[in-house]
Design a protein around this ligand. Structure first.
Ligand SMILES: [Zn+2]
Length: 344
C-alpha cells in the first residue's frame, strides 16, 4: 500500500516523521558525483598518525600495537579540565561542557576496514568498546558515552586507517533524550522493551530484515532516512554492550562484518557511512527501558559516486527519501556476504 504513493513514516524511537516519495525513483540525475575511494592502501603508511609506532601531530608516539589501540584525541572537541560554569542573560543560555574524546584504532593494518577484518578481530574492537564504555562511564563527570565511526572522505574522515571515536560527556545528548522518552513511554505502558516488540513485528513481516543470527537482527528500519540505513539490534533486552557474553560479542561482530560487507558490495566500492551505538546513559540511573542498538547512516544513493543530500526540504521541514525501506532491504538482503574483492 505504501510502495507507490508519497507518504510519511513515524520513527518510534525519536518521535519524528519522514517523507517517502517512491514514485520519484525514476527521475534522471544530473547532479554532483563524488570521487571513488581506493582499496589499494599499504598495510603501513609512514605519514599516518594512527599506524603503530608513528608520531602524531601533537608529538606523542603511538605504541607498537598489534591488535586494537585507543588514546585521548590530541585535538578533541571536549575537555575534562573545565570548571563548572553556566551563563544566563535574558534569553541567552549556555553551560560549560566537560568531556573526553578518544580515538579507537580497530587494527594496526592501515589497509583494512571493518568488512575486510576477521570476525575475531572485530570482536576485539567490541571488547575495547566495552572497556571504554565501562571506564569512561564510571567517571563521575561522564554521563553519556557515544561510540561512533565516520568512514570515508565523504563523511569527513580524512584518514583511511581503520578507526572510530568515542565522545564521552557530562550532558546527555539530544538524540539520546528523544529515544529515552519514547523507549520509556512504551516500557511504562507495556512493561516490555519497545525494540523487543518492534523486532517481533519486523521478523513476522520479513520485509525489512537484511541479516540475522542467534543473537542479533540487522534490518532497514521502517522509518529509515538514509538510502541504505540499517540498525543492528540485539534479540535480548540489553541496556548496554557490557551485558554481551562471549558468544554474543562474536554474533555482534558477525552482524557488523556482514552488513558492512553488503554495503561494499552494493556499488563495489569502500562504502562510506557514519555508524554509532546508542545505549543507556551512564549517569547512574537504571534506564530499564533502554535497549541498545547500532545504527549505520550511509549517504550513497544510486552509485559509488552519487550521494544523498540533506538540503532544502530536509533542512527546513523533515527528512525525505525516494527509495522505500523495503526496496533498500531487498537489495541488501540479496547481496553476497562475501566481499566483492575476495570473489574470484
Ligand atoms: Zn595508518
Amino acid at each position: 500500500m505504501l510502495s507507490e504513493k508519497p507518504h510519511r513514516r513515524y520513527n518510534i524511537l525519536t518521535g519524528e516523521w519522514i517523507l517517502v516519495s517512491p514514485h520519484r525513483t525514476k527521475r534522471p540525475w544530473q547532479g554532483k558525483e563524488e570521487k571513488l575511494p581506493s582499496f589499494d592502501q599499504p598495510a603501513y603508511h609512514a605519514n599516518c598518525y594512527l599506524c603503530p609506532s608513528n608520531i602524531r601531530a601533537g608529538g606523542i608516539k603511538n605504541e607498537n600495537y598489534s591488535s586494537t589501540y585507543s588514546f585521548v584525541n590530541d585535538f578533541g572537541a571536549l575537555l575534562l579540565e573545565n570548571e563548572n560554569e553556566s551563563f544566563e542573560n535574558g534569553l541567552l543560555k549556555g553551560k560549560v561542557e566537560k568531556g573526553i574524546c578518544r580515538v579507537i584504532c580497530f587494527s594496526p593494518d592501515h589497509s583494512l576496514t571493518l568488512p575486510l577484518m576477521k570476525v575475531s578481530d572485530i570482536t576485539d574492537v567490541i571488547r575495547l568498546w566495552k572497556k571504554e564504555y565501562k571506564e569512561l562511564g564510571e567517571r563521575p563527570e561522564i554521563n553519556h558515552v557515544q561510540i561512533f565511526e565516520n568512514k570515508g572522505a565523504i563523511m569527513g574522515c580524512s584518514n583511511p586507517h581503520p578507526h572510530g571515536q568515542i565522545w564521552a560527556q557530562s550532558s546527555i545528548p539530544e538524540e539520546i533524550n528523544k529515544k529515552s522518552f519514547h523507549l520509556k513511554t512504551h516500557f511504562d505502558k507495556h512493561n516490555r522493551s519497545l525494540l523487543i516488540d518492534y523486532l517481533e513485528q519486523e521478523i513476522k513481516a520479513d520485509e525489512r530484515i537484511v541479516f540475522s543470527n542467534d543473537h542479533f537482527v540487522v534490518l532497514v528500519p521502517f522509518w529509515a532516512i538514509w538510502p541504505y540505513e540499517t540498525m543492528v539490534i540485539p534479540r535480548k533486552h540489553y541496556q548496554h554492550i557490557r551485558q554481551l557474553n562471549t558468544d554474543e560479542e562474536a554474533a555482534f561482530a558477525e552482524a557488523i562484518k556482514v552488513v558492512t560487507t553488503k554495503y561494499d558490495n552494493i556499488f563495489e566500492t569502500s562504502f562510506p557511512y557514519s555508524s554509532g551505538i546508542h545505549q543507556r546513559p551512564t549517569d547512574g540511573n537504571e534506564y530499564s527501558e533502554w535497549h541498545f542498538h547500532m545504527c549505520f547512516y550511509p549517504p550513497l544513493l544510486r552509485s559509488a559516486t552519487v550521494k544523498k543530500f540533506m538540503v532544502g526540504y530536509e533542512l527546513f521541514a523533515n527528512p525525505q527519501r525516494d527509495i522505500t525501506a523495503e526496496m533498500a532491504a531487498k537489495t541488501l538482503k540479496h547481496l553476497p556476504e562475501i566481499h566483492f574483492t575476495s570473489i574470484e
